[in-house]
Design a protein around this ligand. Structure first.
Ligand SMILES: C[S@@+](CC[C@H](N)C(=O)[O-])C[C@H]1O[C@@H](n2cnc3c(N)ncnc32)[C@H](O)[C@@H]1O
Length: 350
């Protein structure tokens, strides 16, 4: 049991780090809603399913932060540093975010989501990948898109995205505890701008990690973001063909990736994760809630792909991950919800 003063310092430290983020990103969300009211939507999103009220949303956000803090107090990870950057960086990203809103609105109104594919300069990448996901400019393919991404995600989740990502850490702690981190291997597929790997390195600085993504721009951004850490590699590759030997990884993670993949690709990627995992290794996924996980969120899940180009989200909502993983040789250990996300855990046993 820690000293009450030490506990108070941890709680104050946590609040001092998380509250300003919450205000900053929720403030962006509020400004975005005000702007949205000024432009008329032709096809306003609708759902006949139940929607969570504001009170429920704020209660669940508070529960997520409460769990994040409890994990820190339990020694599962240190007080998190979100490394959002200094004020000039934040302001530059904020500008990029607001600059793209009219373009997003234009694509949303016209159903435009294939500019990336039509651009035709993107080498050998699968068709499903070359889309303007979220109606964002550049899809996954440009520097601006990578620089804008973290602000977009944090605004969407009102400043809770990193806290949701961190809910994968206790699942890794369970299999890493008591082992020499230098001897372990972790692979993060669809690592994007490297925010999750940053959290991983805050707990296990000497753990060799590999981040894999199909976007050069996002990997460049991740490389800059992760330069404070050693034992960190990044690779341009398709998660359908992971460039690693069989049975070589102790853990594989995939954060906010699987709802972006078509059903067949999901199956192929999970089979690849199973192939590279060692026996006793663990796959941890963090992604959106699925239908029925929290029934009063079902309307929100129904509306989300209408607002943001998410072509595979509807199929994601009913996907049976335990069954796919089982066929690939992985055993479902548990699911846990965390605000609008869920953590799914699978082990390679036997
Ligand atoms: C929604 S973002 C998630 C990024 C990051 N994991 C996070 O926590 O924010 C999806 C990422 O997956 C990458 N991606 C999508 N399909 C992929 C594939 N088949 N192979 C590798 N990366 C992929 C995209 O380039 C993008 O960076």
């Amino acid at each position: 049991m820690s000293h009450p003063l030490a506990r108070l310092a941890t709680r104050l430290g946590y609040g001092a780090r998380q509250l300003p983020r919450l205000v900053w990103y929720a403030g962006h969300g509020y400004a975005m809603q005000r702007l949205a009211r000024q432009v008329k939507r032709r096809n306003a999103p609708r759902s006949a399913l139940p929607l969570p009220g504001q009170t429920r949303l704020y209660r669940d956000m508070a529960a997520l932060f409460g769990r994040d803090l409890a994990n820190v107090e339990a020694g599962l990870y240190p007080l998190p540093a979100d490394h959002d950057g200094a004020l000039p960086t934040l302001l530059a990203r904020s500008r990029l975010f607001f600059d793209d809103l009219p373009e997003i609105h234009r694509r949303r109104e016209s159903g435009g989501h294939s500019e990336v594919r039509e651009d035709g300069r993107h080498g050998v990448r699968p068709d499903y990948y070359l889309q303007n996901f979220h109606f964002q400019s550049g899809g996954w393919m440009t520097e601006d898109s990578a620089a804008r991404y973290d602000t977009q995600v944090e605004v969407l989740f009102k400043g809770t995205a990193n806290a949701m990502r961190r809910q994968a850490l206790p699942e890794l702690h369970e299999i890493f505890a008591g082992r020499d981190q230098r001897e372990l291997r972790l692979l993060d597929i669809g690592c994007g701008t490297g925010r999750f790997l940053d959290s991983v390195k805050q707990v296990w600085p000497r753990l060799p990690v590999l981040g894999l993504d199909m976007s050069e721009a996002y990997l460049r951004h991740a490389r800059r973001h992760l330069r404070r850490w050693s034992w960190t590699r990044l690779a341009l590759a398709n998660a359908e063909a992971i460039p690693l030997p069989d049975v070589s990884q102790d853990a594989v993670t995939g954060i906010f990736l699987f709802h972006e993949l078509p059903p067949q690709v999901r199956r192929g990627v999970i089979a690849e994760c199973a192939r590279v995992l060692k026996r006793g290794g663990r796959l941890v996924l963090v992604d959106s809630l699925q239908r029925g996980d929290a029934p009063d969120y079902d309307g929100l899940l129904d509306i989300f792909p209408q607002n943001y180009h998410e072509p595979y989200f509807a199929s994601y909502l009913d996907e049976d991950f335990a069954a796919i993983a089982w066929r690939a040789g992985l055993t479902h250990v548990r699911d846990a919800t965390a605000f609008v996300s869920k953590v799914m855990v699978f082990d390679k046993v036997g």
